[in-house]
Design a protein around this ligand. Structure first.
Ligand code: GDP
Ligand code: IMO
Ligand code: MG
Length: 433
């Protein structure tokens, strides 16, 4: 009986896909609880690259159940496309995938509204992934949303869709001044998708509670990152769900007090896609260098990621608020070749130095990072498999991050491959018990 959460510690894209895939070999169930196909989780197996958007990261392992929890927003057409892509590569999806009937669906008008809202925001745009995530969650909260289970009953679904479309089309026309693109013919397409998904729909909370009672190992897969969390993140430049450990119970129906362990994944530096505060961001040549070294382009939208040095203020804040047992440090290899590796340890706001992450958006806009500069290392470390074999300055860099975060670095990843990972100096043998 063991359940473990793995979340992102920064603004997403920390390498959760690789870590989840690695831990999944010891799991029985892998469950997503937040976000939707805004996520892009990369798993590299040998020469093969998989980018998972909605499907949990245990899908490549035989005999594992992968659950899309009720807190996820599901675009049925996008899910089918992702499933078909995996089936074509020989993954037996139907055996391994389950979807909670309480999960809300993203329909084409959500995607249209996502784009229109961004245009409306102008300079204040969030830089969303354009997948309809915010509008779908807004409908859920407004109680006009449609759930996966509703799609399985055509009459009920048509009634819900009729009501939703009347409202959405009025909004598109009268608020945004655009011609509505969608009518009730949408129902036929959605119902067609639903028929293909019907056999996979379950009560996800019940599945997880039973798995727990049966002594199974459950792995909760975070999407996005702590700083994109609706409440804890850099609001309003966040996503519309609860991305941290706090989102698990609500997003799955697994009792909060039953969770045994929580880990987070962080890069050895920082990236962010989209708009919003990023105190340690590097502008100019150094930022370009980091982007090129880490090949930092979004796995979902292909947008160049903004890059900066490691931000210990962010890491301490996100680590504390999620109550972490340990950290997975990724992309350490990307820092090879830099003369110096600065770490942001505080923020300057006028003549004040802040060491806690501020809530105030206006303060976040004007902060300057306070940095501690550590010596870099030149060696390629992608073939290293033991902490002791890292260059000394690299070991000291890792020790410095560990001390800043106040949680042990369990594993260190030095490349995208499955085998490019090893135990941190204070990492434990078994992460499950
Ligand atoms: P996720 O959203 O957290 O799953 O992360 P993404 O898949 O969006 O982005 C992480 C990227 O870094 C992917 O291209 C991974 O293949 C890659 N990656 C993961 N770990 C490492 C690592 O240790 N070193 C390097 N160089 N790349 C890594
Ligand atoms: P994974 O799981 C990085 C960002 C978007 C935008 C903001 C809101 O791969 O780490 P949304 O479409 O959710 O309304 O966009 O959140 N964002 C991500 N950034 N990784 C992700 O997921 C993200 N999911 C959303 O770029 O800034
Ligand atoms: Mg990603």
């Amino acid at each position: 009986m063991s359940s473990t959460a793995v979340i992102g510690l920064q603004w997403g894209d920390e390498g959760k896909g690789k870590v989840i895939d690695g831990l999944a070999s010891d799991a029985d169930v892998v469950a997503r609880y937040a976000g939707g196909n805004n996520a892009g989780h990369t798993v590299i197996v040998g020469e093969e690259k998989y980018v998972l958007h909605l499907i949990p990261g245990g899908i490549l392992h035989e005999g594992k159940i992968n659950l899309i929890g009720r807190g996820v927003v599901v675009n049925p057409a996008a899910l089918l496309e992702e499933m078909d892509g995996l089936v074509a590569r020989g993954v037996p999806i139907e055996e391994r995938l389950r979807i909670d009937g309480r999960a809300h669906v993203i329909l084409p008008y959500h995607q249209q509204l996502d784009g229109l809202a961004e245009v409306w925001r102008g300079e204040g745009r969030i830089g969303t992934t354009g997948r309809g995530i915010g509008p779908a969650y807004a409908d859920k909260v407004a109680r006009t949303g449609i759930r996966v289970a509703d799609l399985l009953d055509p009459d009920y679904f048509r009634r819900r869709l009729h009501a939703a479309l009347a409202e959405k089309n009025a909004m598109i026309e009268r608020v945004y001044g655009q011609k509505p693109e969608f009518d009730e013919s949408l129902a036929d397409q959605a119902l067609e998708c639903a028929e293909r998904l019907r056999g996979l729909v379950v009560d996800g909370g019940a599945l997880l509670r039973q798995a727990e009672a049966d002594g199974k190992r459950i792995l909760f897969e975070g999407a996005q990152g702590a700083m994109l969390d609706l409440d804890a993140g850099t609001y309003p430049f966040v996503t519309s769900s609860w991305t941290g450990v706090a989102g698990i119970a609500g997003g799955t129906g697994f009792p909060a007090r039953s969770l045994n362990r929580a880990y987070a994944v962080t890069k050895a530096y920082t990236t962010r896609v989209g708009e919003g505060p990023f105190p340690s961001e590097l502008h100019g040549e150094m930022g370009e260098r980091l982007r090129a070294a880490g090949n930092e382009y979004g796995a979902t939208t292909g947008r160049p990621r903004r890059c900066g040095w490691f931000d210990a203020v962010v890491a301490r804040y996100a680590s504390a608020l999620n109550g972490l047992d340990g950290i997975f440090l990724t992309n350490l290899d990307v820092l090879s070749g830099f003369e110096e590796v600065p770490v942001t340890v505080g923020y300057r706001d006028g003549d004040q130095v802040l060491t806690e992450f501020p809530a105030d958006g206006a303060v976040l806009e004007r902060l300057e990072p306070v940095q501690e500069v550590l010596p870099g290392w030149q060696e390629d470390i992608t073939a290293v498999r033991r902490f002791e074999d890292l260059p000394e300055t690299c070991q000291n860099y890792v020790r410095f991050l560990e001390q800043q975060m106040g949680a042990p670095i369990e594993r260190i990843s030095v490349g995208p491959g499955r085998d490019q990972i090893f135990r941190g100096e204070n990492g434990r043998d078994c992460l499950w018990t």
